[in-house]
Design a protein around this ligand. Sequence first.
Ligand code: ADP
Ligand code: MG
Length: 823
Amino acid sequence: MASPFMRAVQELQESLVRAAAPVGPRDGPVPERGAAVAEAAACARRLAIPADLRNTLRSIERAFRAQDADVSALASRAISKLRPWTEPGWADGILARPVSRIPGVGPRRAEALARRGLATVAQLLFHLPTRYDDRRALTRVDELEVGRRATFVARVLATEVGGSRGRGGRFRRTFKALVGDDQGNVMLRWFHGTDQMKETIRKGATLLVTGDVKRYRFDKEIVHPEIERLDPPAAAAAGEHEGRRAEASEDDAGRRAGEGPELDLEALRAVVPDYPALEGIPPRTLRGFIERAVAAHADLVESHLPESLARERELPAVAEALREIHHPGVEADVEALRRRAAPAFERLVLEELYGLEVGLALRRHAYAREPALPIGPDGPRVHAAAERLPFRLTQTQRRSWGEIRRDLGRSHPMNRLLQGDVGSGKTVVAFLAAVAVAERGRQSALMAPTELLAEQHARTLSRLIEATGAELRLDWLVASRTPAERRSVRDRLAAAEIDLVVGTHALVQADVHIPRLSLAVVDEQHRFGVLQRRALGAKAEDGLAPHVLVMTATPIPRTLALTLYGDLDVSVIDELPPGRAPVATHVLREGEGRRVVEHIREAARRGEQIYVVYPLVEETEKSDLRAARESAEKIRRAFPELNVDLVHGRLDAAARALAMERFERGETQLLVSTSVIEVGVDVPRATLMVVEHAERFGLAQLHQLRGRVGRGERPGTCLLVARGVGDESEARLSALLATTDGFEIADADLRIRGPGEFLGTRQHGKLPDLWVADLLRDARLISVAREAALETVREDPALARHPGLRCAVEQRWAERLSLGQVG
Ligand code: ADP
Ligand code: MG
């Protein structure tokens, strides 16, 4: 939908075209055409638009109103002048102007705003209030009721700086102000007076006061009220250069109220938006900037949401929504605004999510058009491998494999996310896919986020190959193998003598060629960027895109999955292989080391194996490494009968692989490790997981670690040793105690950390930055936006009929979603 301004400009243009047409004998008089143009220009100029546009329109209006105007000559000139205005993206360009274009925003303020991510007019427009102050019910001072919260205007009658001994005998300066009028008064009291306060609350000043009225002896008082000075504070008057004009309009009202014989209470009644505080910009100043941004731009903002959807959900137009949110009328539903449940918020949130989802849908559409080699139908090797697996696939494994197989059989690339909790058996499914690919004489690659995981995958897969006799030629490529080994792997890959290569991001290096690549499996994808996924995809050399399977053991809440992986189909394995007992989780505190020792002894006595894990923030973090080393030594001394090994990221690959193999074969009973074993390690006889400094791990990480035990038939135990606490770490630990369900954990994690942190995306730029939508709070709107977006793209895949939308999506999301090849 065009913006109100765009519609007005279109009407203006139509009147101009009529005015420019040659006058025929039966046409109306020319002056009427000129008047029509002037009228249309006047309509457009009255909208909320910036001054330069308004001036242009005003000059058009004037010219056409002139008595002796050469209407048709003027019209052709005006037509060419206005031509760029209706080009797609033009209004976005105006909205992308720097905030310094807003009257009152000088260079210093502009810089401060930009530092807070508010560099452009649009960013200012979409900086939404987080709270609202309801100042509609103004009370008179003599009507204040004890026990109620009230807002009122009052003059300062007297002030007093005092002192008192606080708890612990410390001296505290207090501040009191008696405010009121002839009819009544009330005492305002602060228990920590400041000089600033003394300055603001001077005798004679007029204040807008909000607070809870209490009784103090025979009088009324309010402790720590919120106040706003209505007459200009000394500081502002003393010459804050910048923003002075900005403050003026607001202060004018106050000055009138304060100085006039009667207070204009009506003018003060308002619902006042409260914005997240920005360092270096007083709240009132910011409010003024935003108000002026809205007044000068709201009607330029285009809407892209399908009109039918907006109508169905009874949403206001975007410009209305902006006005309502930033400047609610006295009739506003403040409760709904506060809860962000007002239709105005929904409009803006849906607009944003719709744009994002259109971007994702375009990406999905672009993938889906690429040619791929169909793999299938299954041949005898796949059947044999599936038959000879050492266990029966679970129902959800079978369903996922069915979905993957169907995708593989198509002549467009699969793009599927395989989501499943730790130990749910995703690798087996990927293995079957690799067998199917090899059976067609094609190659597969599996990319893991760390060397250790790549090695672990290689081992797991080679066991599966052995057990099923699948005859896959498997090798692995990680940076820490010797140059000769790496060269050999590269050569054999290039000669298509390896069917399945496992590796780290070493696989996407330029010198790696996988000419017959047909399947790219990416494990733990949220650690990689979309770009890497694409880079791996580009390895094939016959112009055919490989099928892509993304595996994640970190359960991602469905809402996030839809957004992050909006271009992927999703398969979920949501059951564990049979016979797994749930892991018992205990949180131990400092000083409960004895219990750890007892658990270790018990597990060892039963012939089971034990992990002890230390946090490691950086692979180079020496103190963490030292802690792990010392712990290994201590355990060796305490349990001389146990074989103890230590693995960490600084061991070379061969030593690490050896240690892991010893543990897998049961030659060592206890493995001390830094967090490198986080994901993927699979030792069914391991039943005890001790996590040291559990408070330093993230929730998802702890859940992964816990998933390392209880993978066989014996029940597992996870001891989380917390040494030091914080609110967040306590919240994480209780979430772990509360549930073992990975999806619930993921939801809790999302709640505790927020979506950006959850995905660690700020560093990697994977989660697109949203201005108004919140993936958690607005979860239910994601699917609404997604459905609408899918329909739009299905009907108009190149967005040829939606040039404005196309332009907006490209500007906002193209880079983030790597939409380069869309279109
Ligand atoms: P994930 O990659 O999802 O964490 P894996 O594929 O590594 O899980 O499987 C975990 C363990 O469960 C492995 O030892 C695997 O052999 C075993 N496993 C997988 N599927 C089944 C099944 N259907 N029945 C029994 N064990 C299974
Ligand atoms: Mg795995």
